[in-house]
Design a protein around this ligand. Structure first.
Ligand code: MBD
Ligand code: FE
Length: 284
């Protein structure tokens, strides 16, 4: 019978029996790591809904948000990667994976725009052929942690154009642009020409853009060039170099900036080393 005078319960109901029942349901998972991760995921999620006294409409909204995120999934647009990035999870996993070993240049997150197997490119080539932008010429030496040059390393480079778009975001382009694979020479060196990277917004037309707008966050990344450096017998370095003085270094929307990755791109007058008219910037 309804009793209008019943005391209001003093707090949210105890979810613990339910939580532990679900965790116990994983007891027969053969892989112990999977069992541990699933169990803790359930405890974390139940703890989240319990601590926040989550309502059905709120959870429904969350599930719809995740469903919309999962619907945007092509080789060149992975909304879940962006979500992981803007929540700082990609950076957290990067720190866990890579901050316990010595380095000279720290790692950084991969981001959504890496394409495996970029075109093999000769030293000195212009990755920005014909594109507007401030000429940049890179003269880079790959070293091991003792500072000794590393010959024959595979160095993948990728960056956005002056408007902040990677080639894969521009359907009308034919073939890779601002994207290349180099091999270091006997002195551990490689050189290439490109343009000075600019700040740019991450894709904003999906659920991640809505999330940023809802919390009043800007969608910009600080200007950067991506690198992936690999050689058999060495740990692979995935990193980015940021332009000192560039915008958004203090508020990069994917929390990708590390102090040790901010480098000078000095300004020079006169023609660039590859003959393009100056002023130009260098990366060395
Ligand atoms: C990018 O270009 C990027 O580098 C990262 C990490 C996330 C979104 C867009
Ligand atoms: Fe990027």
């Amino acid at each position: 019978a309804w009793n209008g005078c019943a005391p209001t319960p003093s707090g949210p109901p105890d979810l613990n029996p339910l939580t532990e029942e679900v965790v116990a349901s994983f007891a027969n998972t053969p892989d112990p790591r999977t069992r541990e991760l699933l169990g803790d995921l359930v405890r974390t999620l139940h703890g989240y809904v319990g601590r926040n006294d989550l309502t059905q409409p709120e959870w429904q909204r969350a599930v719809e948000f995740l469903a919309r995120t999962g619907q945007i999934s092509t080789p060149t647009r992975q909304e879940f990667v962006l979500l992981s990035d803007v929540l700082g999870v990609s950076s957290a996993v990067d720190i866990l994976t890579n901050s316990r070993t010595p380095d000279t240049t720290p790692s950084a997150v991969l981001g959504p725009f890496y394409v495996d197997g970029p075109p093999e490119t000769p030293h000195g080539a212009d990755l920005a052929a014909g594109l507007p932008g401030t000429p940049m010429f890179a003269d880079i030496t790959v070293t091991d942690i003792d500072g000794a040059p590393v010959a024959d390393a595979v160095v993948d480079v990728w960056q956005a154009n002056e408007d902040g778009f990677y080639d894969v975001q521009l359907p009308d382009l034919d073939g890779p642009v601002l994207r290349a694979r180099f091999h270091t020479n006997a002195l551990g060196k490689l050189t290439f020409a490109a343009i000075l990277p600019a700040e740019y917004p991450i894709p904003e037309d999906g659920p991640v853009g809505q999330l940023l707008a809802a919390v009043g966050r800007h969608p910009y990344r600080a200007p950067h060039v991506h690198f992936m450096i690999a050689k058999p017998g060495y740990r692979t370095l995935v990193t980015q170099l940021f332009v000192r003085g560039g915008r958004y270094l203090d508020s990069d929307t994917v929390f990708g900036v590390k102090t040790g990755l901010i480098v000078d791109f000095p300004a020079h007058q006169g023609p660039a080393p590859d003959g393009r008219p100056g002023p130009w910037r260098s990366l060395d």
